[in-house]
Design a protein around this ligand. Structure first.
Ligand SMILES: NC(=O)c1ccc[n+]([C@@H]2O[C@H](COP(=O)([O-])OP(=O)(O)OC[C@H]3O[C@@H](n4cnc5c(N)ncnc54)[C@H](OP(=O)(O)O)[C@@H]3O)[C@@H](O)[C@H]2O)c1
Length: 364
């Protein structure tokens, strides 16, 4: 089986490749960017992807000459995971380049390589704001009210896939979090962006030389979110297992929501972050008291969490699961997101990517 993968250097791509390579019949090709004058081999090594059956070509998906230089021969499956995940308006033109032009070029490359199937990794959030019942899996969703240019460009990319004439399958994960067994993650976005916001504000608040000392304990902080709303989160190993099931038994021209059947309540997530990071006096609410002083610390927390505000102040849409439920065996369904799994994910991230102090967090 010969596969071509874009985005192999990313969070999901890395996990996926390490899973694919376990099949001794797989020969994997991919396009990755080199960095800081490093060689392709350096980058592959640093990603833990140096392997005799993995062959990388260097370059950016938006660079036509890099695409033209790919010489990989006939391919059975093309997996397009590369994408830019930024949410702010000032990144719109980069998002259009990577997510729209990048998908156009990936489709063109897949055609040239004679790919028999094109698997496109989209996002469940192409639904934008959607309160019209469960979001359908198949077909192009009508242009919704997007929350940010990421959603918009991923929606645009899906349209290109539908119009490409290639045999395709679209996969839409929701919010991907760490490995359910280890907590390991390679992401600083969404849930992790929020954890980082909590951590940054609390670390500054604890600094011994902070000017405004509070007589009655640490200054109260507020996270602007509705603790009752739900967020659809799914562990990376659950996503990879579903991707492999879709690889084996997915139907062409269909879309599969790689989502959790039971979303997490944001207030639960807040409690777990507070416990695992040993944070006190930080309340999640949409009703911050009018008397609360606009301190610099509060501004730090507001700034760091603002980019995610639309995801934590309103419920996630309900993502339809007709196709995915028909496809997955019971043993392939996502595992319950228990308190232990959430704590593992939060703690791993804090310890390894934030180098946070170690509270009494590991024992749940
Ligand atoms: N993680 C989630 O929560 C989540 C949720 C839903 C959907 N998804 C989708 O899943 C896919 C993978 O996401 P991820 O979390 O693994 O993302 P990630 O960790 O940010 O990785 C993105 C990958 O895309 C590559 N890339 C971006 N722009 C590129 C370009 N112009 N040319 C070549 N490569 C480019 C990056 O290369 P560099 O390493 O060189 O930057 C990296 O390999 C994406 O399509 C994303 O939209 C992710």
């Amino acid at each position: 089986m010969r596969l071509f993968v874009t985005g192999a250097s990313g969070f999901l791509g890395g996990y996926f490749l390490r899973d694919l390579i376990r099949d001794p019949s797989s020969e994997i090709y991919g396009l990755i960017r080199t960095r800081n004058g490093n060689t392709l081999e350096d980058r592959a090594r640093s990603l833990g992807l140096l392997h005799p059956r993995i062959h990388f070509f260097p370059g950016d998906l938006t660079d036509q000459s890099a695409i033209d230089a790919v010489d990989a021969g006939p391919i059975d499956e093309f997996w397009h995971l590369a994408s830019l995940t930024e949410f702010t308006e000032d990144r719109r033109s980069d998002l259009v380049r990577s997510n729209v032009l990048g998908t156009k070029n990936a489709l063109q490359l897949a055609k040239r390589l004679g790919a028999r199937k094109f698997f496109h990794i989209s996002t469940a959030y192409v639904s934008g704001v959607y309160d019209d019942g469960p979001v359908p899996e198949d077909g192009v969703l009508p242009s919704p009210e997007f929350r940010n240019p990421y959603e918009e460009t991923k929606h645009e990319a899906e349209k290109l896939v539908h119009e490409s004439g290639l045999p395709y399958i679209i996969i839409r994960p929701s919010t991907v979090i760490g490995h359910s067994q280890t907590g390991e993650v390679d992401s600083d976005k969404m849930m992790y962006g929020l954890i980082k916001a909590y951590h940054t504000a609390d670390r500054l608040r604890r600094r011994p030389n902070r000017k405004s000392k509070d007589a009655d304990g640490p200054q109260m902080l507020f996270m602007n979110a509705d603790p009752g709303v739900s967020l659809n989160a799914i562990c990376v190993d659950d996503v990879i297992r579903a991707m492999q099931a879709i690889r084996e038994r997915g139907e062409l021209s269909k879309t599969y929501h790689c989502t959790h059947y039971q979303p997490v309540i944001i207030g639960r997530l807040h409690d777990e972050v507070m416990r695992c990071l040993d944070i006190k006096n930080l309340t999640m609410t949409l009703d911050r008291p009018a008397t609360h002083p606009k301190t610099g610390l509060q501004a730090v927390l507001d700034r760091a969490s603002r980019v995610y505000e639309e995801y934590i102040t309103a419920h996630d849409p309900v993502f339809g699961r007709n196709n995915i439920d028909k496809l997955l065996k019971p043993s392939e369904q996502p595992r319950p997101l228990s308190k232990e799994v959430l704590a593992r994910c939060i703690t791993w991230y804090a310890k390894n990517r934030l180098r946070a102090r170690q509270p009494a967090a590991e024992a749940v």
